[in-house]
Write a protein that binds this ligand. Structure first.
Ligand SMILES: C[S@@+](CC[C@H](N)C(=O)[O-])C[C@H]1O[C@@H](n2cnc3c(N)ncnc32)[C@H](O)[C@@H]1O
Length: 276
């Protein structure tokens, strides 16, 4: 190993030791790659590089619990990379369960609605997955919509993606082949890591005392939003499957549970009741 590579490894180890994060080493590598202006894989393949002077400031920000994605300004999700920053929820790998659930059902949607789109996460990933589809993303947050529109343009998906400010689907009068929704679902008193509670927008996280407020609204709206033979994929907290499925059942919807890669309940695949 060269001296430069040895220094790089020692610097990464020292940075990782400062982070109270289960992904501390990965975080350090992503920040180093960002400071160097290269991809992480390039850093791993060739670590013999001079540590850039700006790296120390990035380490301080991460040590103060700022999400890595806010520091680097980007996050990979499904097959795409999204620009993100303060004011939008950082895309989580768990949310990819909504797309795997729709794919498992054999969905080939032509029209897609993404409720609470944030930086366009689910809609843009879905449009990348289904090139024949067009979609509409709705969010109440103007900051999120700015990110979503910029992401659509950068990914070359703007001609198939529309983004509108709205309160869930209150102003939507069409039905869609696929409805995607990852609403806020954290109860107001639930404990959260500092990195989430102090940095990510409360409006993207919290949904009343029991975390179910937005599912109550979605249960009323989904029946008219799901086209014939269509479906909705709705993200849930890992202890909410029974409660949310009951809300949907009361609205005449059938829900099938899907788990994330960690084996935790994560998504309800929702269809109109066959008897309806
Ligand atoms: C948990 S985040 C999901 C972001 C993104 N879809 C994802 O999966 O990563 C919830 C999103 O819903 C939006 N939101 C909250 N209340 C809303 C409402 N009443 N109408 C529309 N969007 C809302 C928030 O601004 C936030 O972007």
């Amino acid at each position: 190993m060269t001296d430069l590579a040895r220094t790089m490894h020692a610097t990464l180890a020292a940075a990782a030791a400062r982070f109270a994060s289960p992904t501390a080493r990965l975080d350090a590598e992503l920040l180093m790659a960002h400071a160097l202006g290269i991809e992480r894989t390039q850093l791993l393949l060739d670590p013999a590089r001079v540590v850039p002077p700006g790296f120390a400031a990035l380490v301080e920000r991460r040590a103060a619990h700022e999400p890595v994605a806010y520091i680097t300004g980007r996050r990979g999700f499904w097959t795409i990379e999204l620009a993100v920053g303060p004011g939008v929820l950082v895309p989580r790998p768990d949310s990819e369960t909504l797309l795997t659930a729709a794919l498992a059902r054999g969905a080939t949607p032509r029209t897609i609605l993404d409720l609470g789109t944030g930086p366009g996460t689910l809609l843009l990933a879905a449009l990348d997955e289904w090139p024949q589809a067009r979609g509409l993303g709705i969010d109440r947050s103007p900051v999120a919509l700015d990110y979503a529109r910029a992401n659509a343009a950068r990914l070359g998906l703007a001609s198939r993606a529309g983004f509108v400010r709205g309160d869930w689907a209150a102003a939507v009068d069409a039905a869609f082949d696929l409805v995607l929704a990852n609403p806020p679902y954290i109860g107001s008193d639930e404990p959260l890591p500092d990195e989430v509670r102090a940095h990510e927008p409360a409006a993207a996280l919290f949904a009343g005392a029991d975390g179910l407020d937005d599912y109550r609204i979605l249960a009323r709206q989904l029946p008219r939003l799901i086209a014939a033979r269509g479906c909705a994929a709705v993200e849930i907290g890992h202890r909410q499957a029974a409660a949310v499925a009951a809300l949907f059942a009361a609205a005449g919807l059938t829900a099938t549970l899907h788990r994330d890669l960690g084996g935790r309940d994560r998504c309800l695949l929702v269809e109109q009741d066959a008897a309806a």
